[in-house]
Structures are given as structure tokens and as C-alpha cells.
Design a protein. Structure first.
Length: 533
């Protein structure tokens, strides 16, 4: 048995179902060992897509996704997806082939010190130096990637080691003991809640990761607390719940900014610091801050919680939900204004208004169906105006914000939740980066809709240039015929330029459960208000 065979057995023991990547000479032993293992190797068209897909699998399941590349350029291409997992806290094991150890001491073609390259963007870099080390190093990589706060681990596989004879069995997965929350911390939170006049909850990604949505809702109901959500916490409180304030994440343009400005207590639940910088919610009225999470927070300027409750989120929230108060929801008027805003859509002029696109997508999908948003102006429209009713049904980046995630994420989402309808909301700039992964989707038989916002511009950058300098440069381009592009891949394609056409096309493609591209001519005149100067 080879080291690569032992590694595959360890991956099986970790519950790995798929590996996303591109093979190379340095990982041929592992590729051969995968044959007949039951682990599917998903060939992608670019290594960044492989890392995006694996990261999304980790985000959706809580178990580390796995991607595999070869050395040098392959690993370098993978890095952007690893960065996204690092800043987004997605569990990921990023594997790469490498030259034999004795070839790493002097310059060689394609050789780069990958551990040094990945060190700043991973929780740890692990290199397998002996076949005997495979079982315990694999267990370490997966355990470290999954524990709070989760993130990527780089796993280097030298070519000579993978081909060595080796023995060994997968290490046992031992559950970690739950952390007991100090009673005095819970008592202090109750005291803060009892004395607050205008409390507000900010629910983050940790609530989704910890499966604590139901406990959060009960906690909010007992104490009558309005709940705003970060972009990664979207859906932890259903939008149509009376206490839901929708999502926040913009620096100055969120409607719910007024709630934080007036609040005298902010309760952060499962909140990661990078989700919404403290200066954009910790301002205005002097306020106390309670932090409830699975891991301690960093203390930075403008962010020093009065109390931290660290432990299992659901357990902590249930402990706090055994007492409450009947007070009135002080943010009722804000919620009414938000609903009114969502129901207001300007008349069409040239192309389809962004507000109309969002509403058409929401109307076409069920509460449990999923929208995956790429990065660009369309992301802000989705974040602000798309009502979310459950966790993981509006998937956005809120860390690195890399363009090109939309189609790879949609593939990973459909593979993970095949019964759900999936729509990828993608700008035309982003689509040009990873749109070829539609061939991957076709090959895998993963039907979803890619809705391309076609305005032939890098809109957010253009807007900022014009607001700052009164002119723009380097932001305009031409697109190919996206319908013909789709058809060349053997999938459906249609161009729409009105609300009626968009509604009809969404209904048809979702009903027929096809892989399709909808090219939407966007009226971008509404975008000017997205980027306050």
C-alpha cells in the first residue's frame, strides 16, 4: 500500500465525498488511489474555482471541503479561493502536490515555497514528510479546519512521499468536550438586557455555523429583541418575523443604521469581527455590548465587549431564554419603513431596474431555494433588498469579496442541496472570469440558472471614480453574445430586457429544471446611490 492509498482511507474516514481540482504530475499517485474509492474527483476549469467550490461545501456542511492542485502555478491559482475561506471562516483543506524534499533546496522549474506562500492565509500549513505521518496529519488538518473559528489548512503532498510504501489506519475522530459557560457571564447579560431601553441583536455567521437559528429566535422572542443580521448571518431570523430587521453590512447606506445609532445595548450573537466593522454599528448613543459566541473575540479600537459568553451558542441562548420582559419592539417603525422600501420599485426606463431584478428572483423562488451572489453592484442590491427566510439561502462573500465566485459556488451549492432550486446572480465582469465552469456544471448535470447583470461595466468602481474625480477610466468593456456562449456549451440561453420577459423566463427555466443563462439588460442608473462619497 502506498502513502496515497493511506491518505485516501483517511479522507474516507473524514467523510469526504468530493475533491475539487485539477490533476498534475506531482499528484498522480493520489489521483490513481482515488479510483474506486467512492470519493468523486470533480475536474474544474481553473484552480481558483476548485477552491471556491470546496470552500462553499465546507461553509454549507460544516465539514471541511477539499481541493487539490499541483505545485507552482496550480497552487498559486488556488490561493484566491483559500483567501476567501480564510476571511470568510469556511472549513477547507487545500491540498497541493510538491517536488520531493531533496529537490527543494535549490531553484527548480515550477518550484515555489508553498508553505511560506500560504502561511498568512491559512490556520496552519502542513507538509507530509513520511507515509507514516499521513494518518495523524490528516486528522490534524481536518480538526483544525473545522474548529471555531473555522478556516483553511494547507496540506502539502511531496511527490516522493505519496509514492512510498506505507501502512497505517485513519485516526479516530474524538468529539471535543463542550465548554461550560460561566454562570456569572450569563447573569451579567440578563442584567444588561433587563436595564436596556433600546436593545438590538446583531446575528452573524457563527449562528449559521452552529445551527443556532432556532435558539436565537426563541431568545429574541422571550426578550422582545429586534434582530439585524450580517450578510453571512442572513436568514437566522426570517424576514417576515416581526422582530427581523433584515441584513446590514454597508458602511453608511443601510436603513438599519438608525437602529444601531439609537441603541443603548448591542447583543452580538455568533458575530465575527470582519463581518461589520465596529465603527459602523458602535456609534451614536453610548451603548453596552454583550458578545455571545463559540470562540473569544479580538479586542480592537471601538470594540471591547462588557461581557463575553463563550461556549456552544444554542446552549448559551437557551440559558438566556428562561427569563425576559414584555416590552414593545422599539424598532417597529424602522421595520415598516424597510418593508415599504422593498415594495417600492421605480418605473422601467432602458433595461430592467436592479430593484425589479431582485423582486423577480424572490417571487420566482421558494423560501428554501437558494440565491448565490457574485461580487459587484448586484451584490449590494441583493443584500439590501432580497428577503431571506432561512439560513444559507442567500450566499454572499463578506470577507475577501473576490469576483468570479458565483458560478463555482452555484455548482457546489447544487451538489450539496440537489433538491433546491439555485440561482447564481452574477455581474458580467465576474461572469467573464469563471463562466467557463458552466462546462463543469453541464458535465456534472447540476441544473441552475446563471442570471447575468449585463451593463458592460465594473459598476462599483465606475461609480466611485465618478463621485471622487468626476470621471471614470478602465471600467467599460464589451461582452460576447452570452446566449450564443451558453448554446455553445449545450445549455439554455436567453436575453431579456423587461420585467415581463424576466419573470416569464425565470418561471420557465425553474419549472423545467435546466442549466441556463439569462442575459439581463440592466438599467444601471439606479446604481449611483450604492456608493456614498
Amino acid at each position: 500500500m502506498k502513502s496515497s492509498d493511506v491518505l485516501v482511507k483517511c479522507l474516507q474516514a473524514e467523510g469526504v465525498e468530493r475533491i475539487f481540482g485539477i490533476p498534475g504530475e506531482e499528484n498522480l499517485d493520489l489521483m490513481d488511489s482515488l479510483i474506486g474509492s467512492g470519493i468523486e474527483f470533480v475536474l474544474t476549469r481553473h484552480e481558483s474555482s476548485a477552491a471556491f467550490m470546496a470552500g462553499m461545501v465546507g461553509r454549507l456542511t460544516g465539514r471541511p471541503g477539499v481541493c487539490l492542485t499541483t505545485l507552482g502555478p496550480g497552487a498559486a491559482n488556488m490561493a484566491i479561493g483559500v483567501m476567501e475561506a480564510y476571511l470568510g471562516y469556511y472549513p477547507l483543506v487545500a491540498m497541493s502536490g510538491q517536488l520531493p524534499a531533496d529537490c527543494q533546496r535549490y531553484p527548480r522549474k515550477q518550484y515555489v515555497d508553498l508553505r511560506s506562500m500560504f502561511k498568512p492565509i491559512t490556520k496552519e500549513c502542513i507538509s507530509v514528510r513520511s507515509g507514516d505521518d499521513v494518518p495523524h496529519l490528516t486528522r490534524r488538518a481536518f480538526a483544525l479546519a473545522a474548529e471555531e473559528r473555522p478556516g483553511p489548512v494547507f496540506f502539502e503532498l511531496p511527490q516522493d512521499v505519496m509514492g512510498q510504501s506505507a501502512e497505517g489506519a485513519p485516526r479516530e475522530i474524538v468529539p471535543r468536550d463542550a465548554v461550560e459557560v460561566p454562570p456569572e457571564a450569563l447573569a451579567m447579560v440578563r442584567e444588561l438586557l433587563s436595564s436596556a431601553q433600546r436593545p438590538v441583536v446583531l446575528s452573524g455567521a457563527g449562528v449559521v455555523r452552529g445551527g443556532a437559528g432556532e435558539a436565537l429566535r426563541r431568545f429574541a422572542e422571550v426578550w422582545n429583541l429586534p434582530v439585524a443580521m450580517t450578510w453571512l448571518g442572513a436568514g437566522t431570523m426570517p424576514f417576515d418575523h416581526p422582530l427581523s430587521l433584515g441584513t446590514v453590512g454597508l458602511r453608511r447606506a443601510d436603513m438599519m443604521r438608525a437602529a444601531f445609532e439609537a441603541a443603548d445595548l448591542v447583543v452580538l450573537v455568533g458575530f465575527d469581527l470582519m463581518e461589520f466593522e465596529p465603527q459602523y454599528w458602535n456609534f451614536g448613543t453610548a451603548k453596552r455590548v454583550a458578545y455571545i459566541a463559540a470562540a473569544p473575540c479580538d479586542i480592537v479600537p471601538g470594540f471591547a465587549p462588557d461581557v463575553q459568553v463563550i461556549g456552544d451558542l444554542s446552549t448559551s441562548l437557551r440559558s438566556l431564554a428562561n427569563a425576559g420582559r414584555p416590552g414593545a419592539a422599539w424598532t417597529k417603525e424602522l421595520k415598516e419603513s424597510l418593508v415599504s422600501m422593498l415594495n417600492t420599485v421605480p418605473e422601467e426606463n432602458h433595461g430592467v431596474k436592479p430593484q425589479t431584478i431582485v423582486r423577480c428572483v424572490r417571487d420566482a423562488l421558494g423560501r428554501e431555494d437558494i440565491v448565490v451572489s457574485d461580487v459587484g453592484a448586484h451584490l449590494i442590491w441583493m443584500a439590501q433588498r432580497y428577503p431571506v427566510y432561512r439560513e444559507n439561502t442567500l450566499l454572499m462573500s463578506n470577507g475577501l469579496f473576490p469576483m468570479g465566485v458565483g458560478v463555482p459556488w452555484a455548482i457546489a451549492t447544487k451538489l450539496t442541496f440537489p433538491a433546491c432550486k439555485v440561482v447564481a446572480s452574477v455581474g458580467d465582469g465576474s461572469f467573464a472570469m469563471t463562466g467557463m465552469e458552466l462546462e463543469t456544471a453541464k458535465r456534472l448535470d447540476t441544473p441552475f440558472i446563471t442570471l447575468v447583470w449585463n451593463d458592460r461595466s465594473l459598476e462599483l468602481i465606475r461609480i466611485k471614480q465618478e463621485k471622487t474625480f468626476g470621471r471614470a477610466v478602465g471600467t467599460s468593456f464589451d461582452n460576447p453574445d452570452l446566449v450564443k456562449y451558453a448554446e455553445s456549451l449545450g445549455i439554455e440561453g436567453r436575453r431579456v430586457s423587461s420585467e415581463a420577459e424576466l419573470r416569464e423566463t425565470l418561471t420557465e427555466f425553474l419549472r423545467d429544471d435546466v442549466l441556463a443563462v439569462i442575459d439581463v439588460a440592466v438599467d444601471s442608473g439606479e446604481n449611483a446611490g450604492l456608493s456614498p462619497k
